[in-house]
Ligand binder design. Structure first.
Ligand code: DON
Length: 304
């Protein structure tokens, strides 16, 4: 398939439409990004590469990293994980507090902020050097030993993270947070600050296209069943109150971040990462979603 040519045609048609999206401004550091950046990288199961635009420029992957934290926690704790987090779509915004009270501190799923914060708590309880060990895990997955957190972005989010602090406090009051809340939130803010290029992102997620086995190194990251379940969670919960819309228009499991990145998985075929910082009202990349909708339509590669 001539993906590069398809990328070019879709980009040309999208450039004719005005993008009304807005860069995330509630994390001051993200507000400094050029809103017109745009990159795409697709990696196939056979390690073929296709790209367009700023696909080799690093950006803040934000909530996309929640899938990687979930992967490590699921690998370590197995099905016990689901005693502390549910697997239901939330239908609410990523940082919503409303369901948490009547669900007695059990987050609806691991990809909303509340769920990812519980995952951070679990990793802290189970890793010797949580931040260092987590970095090692994603460096291995990405094949890039220099991947890192951005202390600037993590600090910037810490200063304005009042809603996230409310979430962690509420869960602590229900005894669903075991560690010191400042330690948990330091891990969470650093998790969200990880920077990757589209190329690194699509490579990192390749194990989810291949039943949990990294097709490049042959390392078993997850069992087939766990890998399928992570894809299911991404399909149902990867875009918060826009998960239905993404399944409806794009038809792939995926995950977005407020840095403007989206990664999507076609099981047994490819992993694709898109970056465009202008976000729609639900906090997902406007052009990224439009691009993926056109891409899966043209290539007939939605999973449905
Ligand atoms: O907790 C936050 O607000 C951010 N660190 C992550 C939010 C995010 O990326 C939501 N995604 N679409």
């Amino acid at each position: 398939m001539d993906y590069n040519n398809i990328f070019f045609k879709i980009n040309t048609s999208l450039n004719k439409i005005k993008d009304h999206g807005k860069v995330a401004s509630y994390i001051p550091e993200l507000n400094n990004i050029d809103p017109n950046k745009f990159g795409v990288h697709l990696t196939t199961l056979n390690n073929e590469h296709y790209s367009i635009g700023d696909s080799n420029e690093k950006f803040s992957i934000q909530s996309i990293a929640k899938v990687l934290a979930l992967t490590l926690a699921y690998k370590m704790k197995g099905e016990k994980l689901w005693k502390r987090i549910d697997v239901e779509p939330s239908g609410t915004s990523f940082n919503s507090l409303v369901q948490l009270e009547y669900n007695h501190g059990i987050p609806r799923n691991p990809l909303i902020n509340a769920g990812a914060i519980v995952i951070c708590d679990i990793l802290i309880s189970n890793l010797e050097n949580p931040k260092k060990d987590f970095l090692e895990f994603i460096r291995e997955l990405s094949g890039n030993k220099t991947l890192n957190f951005s202390s600037k972005t993590a600090e910037s989010e810490k200063i304005t993270g009042f809603t996230n602090m409310a979430l962690v406090n509420l869960m602590k009051s229900f005894n669903n947070i075991k560690n010191d809340i400042d330690v948990v939130m330091d891990f969470y803010f650093n998790l969200c600050s990880i920077e990757m290029t589209c190329k690194e992102l699509s490579r990192t997620f390749l194990f989810l296209t291949n039943d949990g086995i990294d097709p490049i190194t042959n390392n078993k990251i997850l069992s087939e069943s766990k890998s399928k379940r992570i894809n299911a969670i991404m399909l149902l919960c990867g875009f918060y109150d826009e998960a239905g819309e993404f399944a409806f228009k794009v038809g792939l499991p995926g995950k977005s971040g407020v840095g403007g990145g989206i990664v999507a998985i076609h099981p047994n075929k490819y992993s694709i990462a898109v970056w465009s910082p202008r976000l729609n009202k639900k906090g997902n990349s406007q052009k990224g979603m439009n691009f993926l909708e056109k891409f899966t339509t043209k290539t007939q590669s939605s999973i449905f």
